[in-house]
Structures are given as structure tokens and as C-alpha cells.
Design a protein around this ligand. Structure first.
Ligand code: GLU
Length: 303
């Protein structure tokens, strides 16, 4: 199987040094393995995605010397496919509508008898207020979040394992029994926002034949959600490489709003791509530009 990896930014702000590190690392790994490097634009959150940030992604990555296959997949072009998966889950009774808002969830969780608020990769574990088996023949309501009924999913889950090649390399094997407590009823779609990041990332990685997911350690916990969804949908699990995070002087991880560390800002201040590689600790990486045979010129139009 050809080594295939991807860089999957969301165009919700300027790329910063952390993104540069992730993209350079993934690109370098693809090259070292004679493999493929894909760019995917994760723009399903239409309330926050902006075309100008997407354009800036192409500009910054091109400036860094990266090349990728075209056409570039944009998640906003795939919405129908994600909803087909939601329809199937609805018909099989695996998801239910939830009308709780954050405040409802907090109130239910802070009931005195509950003790410590349990938390998972997506925040507080949903207490199950709306959990019930909806009528699969009824239409999916469009005014609710759709949650996975984890207790119903558990009997269908086998082989919850994946290979990790990042700093904590090894075979990660986790049982299904604790999932109601550790992951809970995760949201797979949300009103006004379409399907969730978890669902679309899992479907796209499989559809694009991604064999190695290279991404920040902040997403390590989310990987268990992704493996659960892969098993439920009969999809293979790629190998995961969760890399260290680039932090500021105070040790805080960089955020999209951290414009001071935006690649564009460094460019405007006269930095070179080699300076960026040094800043993120990848100065040993061979100079870029030696594109693999399956790679073509970058596309700004993404289509
Ligand atoms: N789109 C996600 C982000 O920008 C990354 C998803 C992934 O690499 O799996 O944080």
C-alpha cells in the first residue's frame, strides 16, 4: 500500500508555526517513504471558514516549498456524502436527536449526586438527558444535534486498536466497555453546522486512501473517537503519528488567533522558509522541492 498522508487545515484563521511544523513533517515523511502527500481543506464549519484563509493556506504552503496532489478535496463539497452516513446511522437506530444546549448539559452534570464532572475529548461527557430510541421511520429533525448512542454501539465494536508512531509509539488497544464513560454519546452532526469534524475526517481519510495521519498531539484523544467510527462504518484505521505541539515562550500551544506567529507575518517580516524550518526544529529536514513522482504543482484554485 502506498504511504499516503495529508495535511488537513481548517480555513478559520491564518496558519501559524504549528501548522508549518505539521505540514513540513507530513510532507517530509511522504517523501522519505516515496509516498503521497495530500492537502485537504476542512471547511465544514461554514460559520468560521473564510475563502481568504483558504487562499492564504495555498500561498503559505507554496512559499514553504510544499507541493501536493490536485484536485484538493474540500469538505464543503462532500456534505452530501457525510449526510448519507448520518441517514444510515439513523435508520439503524444508532443516533438520536439532542436538544440540550451547553447550559442544560452543565446543569445536569453539576447535580450534587454526580460528583466530579466526567470529561472526554470533546469536553463534558453528555449525561444522556435526550437519550432514547427515536422512530427510525420518522424524518431526522433539523433542529437538534445528532448523538451516537454509545451504549447501543458498543456491542458492534471489535478490534478497537491502531498503530501510533509518534512520541508514544506502540500498538494502542482500548476496550469498548468504558466508552460510555470515557467518550460518551458524541455529536455526529449539529444544527446549522452540518456533520461533525469526527465523522467527516474519518470518512475522508478512508475515501482518500490515507495510510498515515500526521497531526498534533492535541488530537490524540480524538483518535479513539475516530477508531470507534471506523469500526462502526467498516473502515480501516490508518497509522497515527501525533507530533509534539509548537508552543510560545510561556509554554502555551499556538492558537489560530495567535497572529503574531502566523506564517504570513514572518514572511512579511522577511523570514525565509529555512528560517521557519529552524524555528520549528526541522532544520535537518532536506531542502524541499524534491517532489515525489505522484505529486503535481500546487493549485491555488483547489478544484
Ligand atoms: N482540521 C483539523 C484542524 O485544523 C485537523 C484535523 C486532522 O488533522 O485530523 O485542527
Amino acid at each position: 500500500m502506498t504511504f499516503t498522508t495529508r495535511f488537513a487545515p481548517s480555513p478559520t484563521g491564518p496558519l501559524h508555526l504549528g501548522h508549518a511544523y505539521s505540514a513540513l513533517l507530513a510532507h517530509g515523511m511522504a517523501r522519505d517513504h516515496g509516498g503521497r502527500f495530500l492537502l485537504r481543506i476542512e471547511d465544514i464549519d461554514t460559520s468560521r471558514a473564510r475563502p481568504e484563509y483558504e487562499t492564504q493556506i495555498y500561498d503559505d504552503l507554496t512559499w514553504l516549498g510544499l507541493t501536493w496532489e490536485t484536485p484538493v478535496l474540500r469538505q464543503s463539497d462532500n456534505i452530501k456524502i457525510y449526510w448519507q452516513a448520518i441517514d444510515r446511522s439513523w435508520e439503524s437506530g444508532l443516533i438520536y436527536p439532542c436538544t440540550c444546549n451547553r447550559r442544560d448539559i452543565q446543569a445536569a452534570l453539576s447535580a450534587p449526586q454526580e460528583g466530579v464532572t466526567p470529561s472526554g475529548p470533546d469536553g463534558p461527557i453528555y449525561p444522556g438527558t435526550c437519550r432514547h430510541a427515536p422512530d427510525p421511520d420518522a424524518p431526522i429533525p433539523n433542529d437538534a444535534a445528532l448523538r451516537l448512542n454509545m451504549a447501543r454501539a458498543i456491542p458492534l465494536l471489535h478490534d478497537l486498536r491502531y498503530t501510533e508512531t509518534g512520541e508514544n509509539a506502540g500498538e494502542i488497544d482500548f476496550g469498548a466497555e468504558d466508552l460510555t464513560r470515557t467518550l460518551g454519546d458524541i455529536v455526529l452532526a449539529r444544527r446549522g453546522m452540518g456533520t461533525s469534524y469526527h465523522l467527516s475526517v474519518v470518512m475522508d481519510d478512508a475515501a482518500q486512501g490515507v495510510t498515515h495521519v500526521v497531526r498534533g498531539a492535541d488530537l490524540t484523544d480524538a483518535t479513539r473517537i475516530h477508531v470507534v467510527l471506523q469500526r462502526l462504518m467498516g473502515l480501516p484505521s490508518p497509522t497515527y503519528h501525533h507530533h509534539r505541539l509548537i508552543r510560545d515562550e510561556a509554554g502555551k500551544r499556538l492558537a489560530k488567533r495567535d497572529d503574531a506567529r502566523a506564517i504570513a507575518k514572518y514572511r512579511a517580516d522577511g523570514a525565509t522558509p529555512q528560517d521557519i524550518r529552524k524555528m520549528v526544529g526541522l532544520h535537518d529536514l532536506q531542502p524541499l522541492g524534491a517532489a515525489s513522482s505522484s505529486t503535481t504543482s500546487p493549485s491555488r484554485t483547489a478544484r
